[in-house]
Design a protein around this ligand. Structure first.
Ligand SMILES: N[C@@H](CCC(=O)N[C@@H](CS)C(=O)NCC(=O)O)C(=O)O
Length: 238
């Protein structure tokens, strides 16, 4: 594909849940990049198990993906060629490079951005483990301890960097995955960020960006479902 070809269309594919795609939609909305969200529902079979619906039956076979998975990301070019990829964090990093959301350009700053992204992913994993397999009432205080260590380190990081956004004065890819993880957490436990004023501030800052506020109030965004329907918590539609 030639570098001069114009990207005419972006397609982001995923199940109709927030889970591993939320940060990617948020970034595209923030940058006001037109995209099509191609979604499908998981379906429950007669034996009670769940199957990936259209993804399972069609898309994973016919989209020509190197490593078929959801979410997937496709750029279609004016010459008819296309670029496609999977892996939710690799897609985030691709969008970060494509739309200059990787910080001030120094390799040290980019490394810190990557570090913050990966810690946010660790927080997401703790959330996934609890909400799919655990008991959100019984395990609340244990969860606050596990996540609190990382939340307070984010808090200190922001104090040390005196910043508007999580990694300095510019918004970076770390802010999109962090917002998603924070929003999942306060949706589950509204008081979880009470001890962390900088995290609450950076979350509000994202929500007050005009195009983000418009997105969050639009039909393109729904707070639920966060997880797949078979999760212990967060798989419901409201
Ligand atoms: N490492 C992958 C994991 C993706 C993943 O686990 N996708 C789940 C939904 S959250 C899925 O059902 N993928 C489709 C499949 O496994 O066929 C990523 O971050 O994108």
């Amino acid at each position: 594909m030639s570098q001069t070809e114009i990207c005419e269309k972006i397609i982001l594919g995923y199940f109709s849940v927030r889970a591993y795609v939320d940060h990617l939609k948020l970034l595209l909305e923030y940058k006001q990049i037109p995209y099509t969200f191609q979604s499908c529902q998981k379906e429950q079979l007669d034996d009670g198990s769940w199957q990936g619906g259209l993804w399972y039956q069609e898309w994973r076979h016919n989209l020509n993906l190197d490593f078929p998975n959801m979410p997937f990301y496709i750029e279609k070019y004016s010459d008819g060629s296309q670029f496609s990829m999977t892996e939710s964090m690799a897609i985030l990093r691709h969008l970060g490079r494509k739309y200059s959301l990787y910080g001030d350009g120094s390799i040290q700053h980019m490394a810190k951005v990557d570090m913050l992204v990966d810690v946010a992913v660790e927080l997401r994993l703790i959330f996934v483990n609890l909400t799919y397999f655990g008991d959100v009432e019984k395990e609340k205080s244990d969860y606050f301890k596990k996540t609190g260590d990382k939340f307070s380190r984010f808090e200190t990081f922001m104090v040390n960097h005196g910043a508007d956004w999580v990694c300095g004065h510019r918004i970076t890819i770390a802010d999109f995955i962090l917002w998603t993880v924070l929003d999942y957490n306060v949706t589950l436990y509204p008081d979880i960020l009470d001890p962390y004023p900088n995290l609450r501030a950076v979350k509000s800052r994202m929500e007050s960006v005009t195009q983000v506020a418009e997105y969050l109030n639009s039909e393109r965004f729904s707070r639920f479902p966060i997880n797949s329907p078979y999760a212990n918590w967060g798989g419901q539609k409201k």
